[in-house]
Ligand binder design. Structure first.
Ligand code: PLP
Length: 251
């Protein structure tokens, strides 16, 4: 039986390399983060067989359950946290995540730094920026991002390595692209500030619908769910409360 995850990944690789060609980039400069919400451990491990070993999870509890189920095999993967982080989940996320891509408020920065100090760890992080301007999307406002990074950089257990955005959900491609370009420009502006403890090497942007645009605009990490694993059975409004999505029909 054909294995659709491997076929999907093959198609994705081709599209990545074409987008890189258009942009004059090396395909190896683009990392795929598997967006694994709703995806069971067996399917995540399937993608891992083909060399994709970074799993991005949106919810702490869902991640913990999968990691528990996988047992020692969970260690074959690197776990990123890409969802909205509640402050009462900080201690738990520190246990399994090697990167948190969704830092969006100082309260989380302070709590995280306190916890990391206590357990004597550091954490790679990205600052989430709300480039689409929609209230339903989390993230620091673009015009506050520089100040935010400066403030957060004073908490030395966090290695700030770049920016992340969930772009505009739209098929108005020029608008979607403009959001990605805004994130790249912001990254360049912040990098030019040469803030201590901040590297700005990563731009995490682009999902199933728009990853090629994101690559053309400089994404170093694209977060792919449906392109790899197919459609999800759970509505995304469960993961992104308040987002304007068609209602999930159950019988
Ligand atoms: C679900 C999700 C993705 C991937 O979405 P797809 O459209 O399925 O590729 C990327 N980033 C975040 C934060 C997500 O929650």
């Amino acid at each position: 039986m054909p294995d659709s995850i491997s076929q999907n990944l093959k198609r994705i690789r081709k599209r990545i390399s074409q987008a890189c060609k258009r942009a004059g980039r090396n395909p190896e400069s683009v990392q795929i983060i598997l967006a694994t919400k709703t995806v069971n451990p067996a399917r995540i491990l399937k993608a891992k067989e083909y060399g994709y070993n970074i799993a991005g999870e949106n919810r702490v509890q869902e991640a913990e359950e999968k990691i528990e189920k996988m047992g020692s095999r969970a260690e074959e993967l690197t776990w990123h946290f890409i969802g909205h982080l509640q402050s009462n989940k900080v201690n738990k996320v520190v246990r399994f995540a090697s990167m948190i891509q969704s830092i969006d408020r100082m309260k989380i920065v302070r709590k995280l730094n306190r916890r990391l100090t206590k357990v004597d760890k550091t954490m790679d992080t990205l600052i989430q920026v709300n480039t689409s301007g929609e209230d339903s999307k989390y993230g620091v406002a673009p015009n506050e991002a520089i100040d935010f990074v400066k403030k957060a950089s004073e908490y030395d257990r966090l290695n700030i390595q770049g920016l992340m955005t969930i772009g505009l959900f739209s098929d108005n491609w020029p608008k979607v692209r403009a959001g990605f370009r805004q994130l790249r420009n912001l990254r360049n502006t912040i990098a030019a500030e040469q803030i201590n403890n901040v590297s700005m090497q990563h731009l995490s942007m682009g999902m199933t619908n728009d990853f090629e645009l994101a690559i053309e605009e400089g994404a170093t990490m694209i977060r792919l769910g449906r392109a790899v694993f197919g459609e999800r059975g759970t509505p995304d409004s469960y993961y992104w409360p308040g987002i304007d999505m068609p209602a999930f029909k159950s019988e």
